[in-house]
Design a binder for this molecule. Structure first.
Ligand code: RIB
Length: 305
């Protein structure tokens, strides 16, 4: 039987413009293209975990508009259990306004829409899904109170609990740390969580140490082309990134989280799960868009450095 990953998180329609560079405040720039693409950190991680080998269920909310129907269909097409993707009448679906520049960097503004309706009560209605999970994943594009509720419930149920603290604007509530098995921030999120500047393997290690002192069991700081820093009480290890030619970094972090979770749930060692997630994330940056860029198990297995 496939291991089960349950994601409690966001679904967004990404409105993506390509432009030569990111606009400055007050500036109007001519873009080169515009597309709408299924995204949202929660949904991206669900798609990644499914394409990368796990049986996946998603708990989230969409609005009662065409975007909501499209996002749900996109997840169903991946074989993801969407019984807990709830449609909120009279609400809009979450959107992300994304600009990608010629150097493949992006800037994103999100509007929560349906994602703001993912309350603890909604999640409690699907407690059976949580109790059937091997791994539970949350991010921060749904209400913070709900995230805390899910982390706590995941710990009570004895599940492997992963938090991708994205987007993060400051420290997390102190009581959360003891409920998390794997905290997976990127550089800017690790900085927001700890107040320590994180831009290198050494500074990521310092931030991970601070987060473990706060109570997290294990930390993986993703560092883009500098790789990832894994830290536990027992060891700290740098994993260099596979080298690729980047096209669009959107959802690279989500692909890492989903791939890592799928591999861990399947029984791979932490180190192998990190390497597997890294290859998947590296492949995702060679393609445009959020969900369309996420590779399959076969893509990862046929990757040649
Ligand atoms: O992590 C990438 C995602 O962030 C995008 O798909 C967008 O929806 C925002 O949530």
């Amino acid at each position: 039987m496939q291991a089960k990953v349950v994601i409690v998180g966001s679904l967004n329609m990404d409105l993506v413009t390509r432009a030569p560079r990111l606009p400055k405040a007050g500036e109007t720039l001519a873009g080169q293209s515009f597309v709408t693409v299924p995204g949202g950190k929660g949904a991206n991680q669900a798609v990644a975990a499914a394409r990368l080998g796990a049986s996946v269920a998603m708990i989230g909310c969409v609005g009662s508009d065409a975007y909501g129907d499209e996002l749900r269909s996109a997840l169903l097409a991946e074989g993801i259990d969407c019984q807990a993707v709830t449609r909120i009448e009279g609400e809009s679906t979450g959107v992300a306004l994304i600009v990608v520049d010629d150097s493949s960097q992006n800037a994103i503004v999100i509007v929560a829409g349906g994602n703001g309706h993912v309350t603890s009560a909604v999640v409690d209605g699907f407690d059976t899904l949580l109790s059937q999970a091997d791994v539970i994943i949350c991010q921060l594009e749904i209400p913070m109170a709900t995230v805390g509720h899910v982390l706590k419930r995941g710990r009570e149920l004895g599940k492997t609990v992963i938090l991708n603290p994205a987007p993060a604007s400051g420290p997390l509530p102190a009581e959360w740390y003891g409920w998390i098995d794997y905290l997976i921030p990127n550089e800017s999120e690790a900085t927001a969580l700890t107040g320590l500047p994180v831009d290198s393997v050494g500074s990521a290690d310092a931030a991970a140490t601070a987060l473990m002192k706060a109570g997290v069991r294990k930390v993986i700081v993703t560092l883009g082309e500098q790789g990832a820093l894994f830290a536990s009480q027992a060891r700290s290890q740098h994993f260099p990134a596979p080298k690729v030619q980047p096209v669009d970094t959107t959802a690279a972090g989500d692909t890492f989280v989903g791939g890592f979770a799928a591999a861990l749930a399947e029984g791979k060692s932490e180190s192998d799960a990190i390497r597997f997630g890294q290859i998947a994330a590296a492949l995702s940056v060679t393609r445009s868009g959020a969900q369309p860029s996420i590779p399959t198990v076969v893509d990862v297995q046929s990757y040649q450095p």
